[in-house]
Write a protein that binds this ligand. Structure first.
Ligand code: AMP
Ligand code: GLY
Length: 427
């Protein structure tokens, strides 16, 4: 089967890498892909947001399955576009249609969905420029810090957590005044949840689901979880505090009602659901949904799947996921993201990356690289995710940090403390 993976980051490289291990004869394509996917797939240089170009790539390469990596094409309706085109036949698309992608694309929709289905989440209300006075009174009824969320996709920058009431009011006015454009025309204000975060993931064919390994990512640029938010500086799976009993609560209270809720609302959801969770004194709450896999979480989730990943995707395509099984490795996988100096603010590009050939103990997932005159150079903020597995988190981290030490480029940065909060007593 010919499969097209859409996207160009570490997540898409990891998906391509996992599918390349399938026992089934697969021919893989990545669009646009990166130098990492080029080693195991044919890269097609098109933008996943250019739906007509994607359609043409599907036809030209006799693609029978498209796996959508990032959220933007899902929210813009790539699945609807491809599925509803009769000339593409029974092309399978892994990734929800626009309606389902609203779980991620609209915070107001996601919160309303959770309320309708009794899924635990922070108390909230939604406001528009016309109801700003009500928003301020609602904030008065909450204890600080105040959590303000732009309704729409805002490239990870749409969530503000503010301690001071007056500052929160002025930020609220700026958001409703258009700071995030259309994405901020509605603002969700919610109760602050105190706890420790982790993420759960499922793949679903709209009726049944399979739970993938859970993960914890490290979003802040600085060690000790300080400084600005990034796309993710590293990740660990499994998460030591995600005990069997905690994960059973996640399944009963969150995963089942979410998949059943989608069915009850007539939303045909085929793809991944990413549950951003807060463990509040042993009880799980949903912080957010995403309609895709996480990045860099994918780089630690997929290495722990021992069964054939393609089998699960096929179960989604044929809507018979209930007959497919997943085998998860007990090993720990970690990833350390190497980033460009200056990231997540402005950073330079085009620096030569050396030493990747000397890495033997880890798998390198390319996130922001390109090939320039046969040299590997940086082309993004997040450059390479360095993934290792081991019988313990410590042994996996040792391998990743040793591999990171072999790689260099001008301005290279990374966090030296991935997993710091999961060690020793905090388990
Ligand atoms: P989101 O984009 O919704 O995942 O929010 C970004 C980050 O803000 C989350 O990963 C949490 O760390 C934090 N956050 C969001 N909502 C809450 C909340 N209600 N209580 C505490 N922290 C939150
Ligand atoms: N690492 C967080 C995300 O993919 O949204």
């Amino acid at each position: 089967m010919n499969i097209l993976i859409l996207g160009s980051g570490g997540r898409e490289h990891a998906i391509t890498w996992k599918l390349a291990q399938s026992k089934k004869p697969l021919k893989l394509f990545a669009a646009p892909g990166n130098p990492g996917t080029a080693a195991m797939a044919v890269n097609i240089d098109i933008d996943p947001m250019d739906f007509n170009a994607v359609r043409k790539a599907v036809i030209d390469n006799q693609i029978r399955m498209v796996v959508v990596g990032p959220e933007a094409p899902l929210a813009a309706g790539i699945t609807d576009f491809l599925e509803d085109d009769p000339s593409l036949g029974d092309l399978a698309v892994i990734g929800p249609r626009r309606e389902g992608a609203r779980l991620e694309g609209s915070k107001d929709f996601a919160k309303g969905f959770m309320k309708r289905h009794g899924i635990p989440t922070a108390a909230y209300d939604t406001f528009t420029p016309d109801t700003i006075d009500d928003a301020i009174s609602f904030m008065r009824s909450l204890k600080p810090p105040y959590v303000l969320k732009a309704d729409g996709l805002a490239a990870g920058k749409g969530v503000l957590i503010i301690n001071d009431f007056d500052e929160a009011v002025s930020e609220l006015r700026a958001m409703l005044g258009g700071r995030f454009g259309e994405a901020g025309s509605k603002v969700v204000i919610e109760e602050y949840l105190r706890g420790i975060e982790l993420s759960a993931f499922v793949i679903t064919d709209g009726r049944s689901y399979r739970i993938l390994p859970e993960a914890k990512d490290y979003k802040r640029i600085g060690e000790g979880d300080t400084g600005k938010n990034t796309g993710g500086m590293g990740a660990v799976s499994p998460v030591p505090f995600a005990s069997k009993s905690f994960m059973a609560k996640v399944e009963e209270r969150i995963i089942k009602p979410t998949v059943e809720g989608l069915m009850k609302e007539g939303i045909d959801y085929r793809g991944f659901i990413f549950f951003g969770l807060m463990n509040v004194d042993g009880d799980p709450f949903v912080i957010e949904y995403n309609a895709r896999l996480g990045d860099p979480e994918t780089e630690v989730i997929l290495p722990r799947i021992d069964s054939d990943f393609f089998d699960l995707l096929e179960g989604v395509a044929y809507r018979n996921l209930e007959s497919r099984s997943i085998v998860i490795s007990p090993e720990t996988a970690v990833t350390v993201m190497i980033v460009s100096g200056g990231y997540p603010d402005s950073y330079g590009k085009g620096f030569h990356v050396s030493g990747t050939d000397n890495v033997t103990e880890s798998t390198l997932f390319h996130a922001g690289t390109k090939t320039d005159n046969r040299h590997l150079v940086t082309s993004g903020g997040r450059v390479i995710a360095v993934t290792s597995t081991g019988s313990s988190m410590e042994s996996a981290l040792e391998k990743s940090y040793s591999s990171v030490g072999r790689i260099s480029f001008s301005g290279m940065n990374y966090r030296r403390d991935i997993g710091f909060d999961l060690k020793d007593g905090l388990k």
